[in-house]
Design a protein around this ligand. Sequence first.
Ligand code: C2E
Ligand code: CA
Ligand code: CA
Length: 543
Amino acid sequence: MSGQPDELVSFYGNSLKLAKCSLAVSKTYKTAAAPGATLWDLYPELLDLGARSMIEAALAGGLPRNIEIASSSSGDSRSLLVFGTERGLGVIETRDRSANSEASTREADRALLLHQARHDVLTGLANRRQFSSDLETGFPVPKGQKLALMLLDLDDFKPVNDTLGHGAGDVVLKMTAERIQSVLRGGETAYRLAGDEFAVIQRRRNQPAEAEELAGSLVRAFKEPFTIDGIDVFVGASVGIAIAPTDGNDGEQLMKAADIALYAAKNDGRGRARTFNRSMMIMLEQRETLRRSLRVALKERQFFIEYQPLVEASDGIVGFEALLRWRHPYAGVIPPSVFIPMAEADGLMGDIGAWLLEQACREASTWPTHFVVAVNLSPAEFLLDGFTDRVTGILDEIGFPAERLEIEITETVLLERTANNLDTLHTLEVLGVRIALDDFGTRYSSLSYLQNFPFDTIKIDRHFIKDIETNPKSQTIVRFVIGLAHGLGMRITAEGVETVGQATWLRREKCDRLQGYLLGAPMSADAIGNFLRHQSLAARWVG
Ligand code: C2E
Ligand code: CA
Ligand code: CA
């Protein structure tokens, strides 16, 4: 057998079934290489523990491994180069260690390493390195030609990874690559840049029409759920498009333009494609200006709090939720949905949150003593080291009872560093602070949270309350959530109650608390006294 050329054999799936082999291999192994054969039939020597762990490492996406095996019967030694492929495992077999075949193994080795250096192991797509070099060689764009760059980013990939595990995340990424590939035609190449970021380079003349058509197909390819272990998960995609030479005349400029367009697509509600235009730059600049002025807002005392009443069927008003506001010197009052994400991204939320908690507790100390104050916490604050110490510090300093403080968190808080979060929640519970789960039903409402975390209250999102009088589906969901909360010994609050009809329906279904414009819109601290003297709206519900 000496001098026989190297043979490539590939195996697929979890059971490593034989996928492809050359005639020479099937002749050598005869029945062992029959249809349905597995890696272990061809190479029983690989059942050895050491060999198995090398194969596992190769499958897990590590570098190729070289395994020497000796056949006990014939005594000839073989060298197997094993490596992970898109669908399973590849094996390059070299039959003897003559100089000739060693040289060709090195050759195959090099080809393989070269391939791996330019491809992403998980998805098999070209990688960032290949992307940079392809983008680079695209410039300067020849006269009369166009080059379109599309950046694709998955929406809500992180929660999948965090809740269903990295294995599930990997499956989504592989399927993402397949979905992207399935809509590509000639002159279009897909790349995986990092994590859940992908790119497509398209060389076609009729732009931006052709790029927009492709981007539309890409977005549509993600409207169908991904089925993982029988669970349907929806992971959408947002796409930013930039065309060279119009939007950028080198790789860096074009990347920047596509990135801005992607940002705009995300900002417009995700699950869509946007093509770069100049006005996006202006928007971005305005945001940057706003972001810079946010840095001084706390020092310049530009924040203030509005309070919105929480009303209970049996007791009337039981407290207020503190809602943060920013009065910008030129732009006026800016809603929290605009500036809180910026503050979080810039690491300012810790200081702002501390200010809000202290201010809210101070103002609440002037209210009737049975009133609670509910404070929203962003994930960034919750994850800060020493968070619970700070809460205790503030409560002690003001002399505000922990039982009168309610902290509202969203499911997003629970997605990160779960063990620590659990500790923090339990510490708060021991202190006597109440905890509410906010915006319930809008995200990954994983019921296991309800089992693991000591919530006092679930706040059902106003999305379900909006059409509660007319939509039987919303009614079913709200009824279910009320039953669920009560079954677990938790209280339920309905958000966004705007009409008497909604309030009546909710009361009939035994919803404990209501909040919304019908019961009272957010108001300044100064307006509370007056509001309490004329609580007619709340009284209308309480009856
Ligand atoms: P949220 O906690 O769900 O707060 C309720 C939001 O719904 C408030 O918007 C409130 O003004 C609005 N709302 C209340 N009643 C009604 C109604 O009947 N109909 C309608 N359509 N809307 C109603 P706001 O004040 O703009 O706050 C938006 C979000 O910003 C809050 O949602 C909360 O997640 C966040 N937020 C507000 N203040 C803070 C804060 O101090 N810290 C943190 N981390 N987040 C805050
Ligand atoms: Ca809230
Ligand atoms: Ca809410």
